[in-house]
Design a protein around this ligand. Sequence first.
Ligand code: COA
Length: 375
Amino acid sequence: MAETYEGAVDRGLEGVVACTTGVSSIVDATLCYRGFKIEDLAAHSNYEEVVFLLWNDRLPTAAEYETFTQELWASQSLPVGLVETLKSLPHKGVHPMAWLRTATSLLALYDDQAQNDDDVSRKSVAMRLTAKLGTLVALLERIRQGKDYVQPNTDRSLAWNFLYMMIGAEPQSEFVKVLDTCLILHADHELNCSAFSARVTSSSLSDIYSAVVSAIGALKGPLHGGANEQVMLMLQKIGSVDGAKEWVTKALANKEKVMGFGHRVYKNGDPRAKILRGMSQELCEKSGKAEFYDMSKVIDDTVQAEKGLLPNVDFYSATVYNAMGIPTDLYTPIFAFSRVSGWLAHIFEQYANNRIYRPRGKWNGKENQVWKPRS
Ligand code: COA
């Protein structure tokens, strides 16, 4: 284990305030985007309006919303050449987040504004990335099923289109609403690991695509966005409500981490988990998967009782996505599809007040080594 030295923060920069930000804030158990409580946004807004809010620091007027959604929705389709290239890539045994990371990087090669550093080009790149990430994830699922790319309907929302492009048929309106709420809940989260990665990369004045690809790589890990997929795998492994308490107790006794619990910042609960718990209960019951919600509740109660840890955003989002029939390994790519809007807000903020991130490392390696020729 790395030692902690005076003046060095070896333990995940805990407690370090790395920058000022006006994008989102966490105070105790209250999460706000641009000063608006997440509960209000989840109840009254929609994802497109939230994206506008994150990028512009205010809600849109009706006319602005109209123009913004028109441009965003019109940007959902993929360049033909890119679709063909993506079809030719390996996908069997490839994690969808690895595929998405590569696909996003390839997308940059089809964007003639990718390297531009003026505000207008950057906003336009941001529109395309936000609009196309869901299309990429849906396309991956089509490719895996040996089916054709479905063109988005540019009159419909990102949530509607994601489900439409994935299943190739009109989605249920209830599922569209649920997915839209999930997109709102996942859109930003202060200086989380992936947003920080995006900011670090953009602080070298690298381009937006590079920063977003860095962020996708960070989100992929099981301690960050990858936890939602692990939650579902855990529930499937446990298999029944009866076995849940014993399974979790044993895991905790073995010092294993129970995915979807704990948080670096929230110590009194994640407000997103509360909203998702209600959604999970309703949706699991309606879709005949009540057992997954019941199992989750037993795990939730057990982890709280034994370890004092509360569920985070990933815990109940897993059963929400499962009840909607979304393949388990697409949960984290859907997180990326939403979170890209927050990453972009952070990237804009970084460019607007930039200084390259360049911390120091306190030396704890060998000293005075003398080179000798190989023997
Ligand atoms: N299951 C069991 N124990 C957990 C735990 C979990 N999910 N999360 C934290 N703990 C325990 C740690 O083992 C540690 O116990 P110890 O003091 O006995 O050693 C203590 O709680 C502090 O945890 P730590 O890992 O230092 O917290 P952190 O701030 O570094 O990490 C997370 C935060 C989110 C990475 C961590 O809680 C975790 O790994 N959770 C599971 C993955 C997850 O759900 N990630 C999504 C986050 S939104």
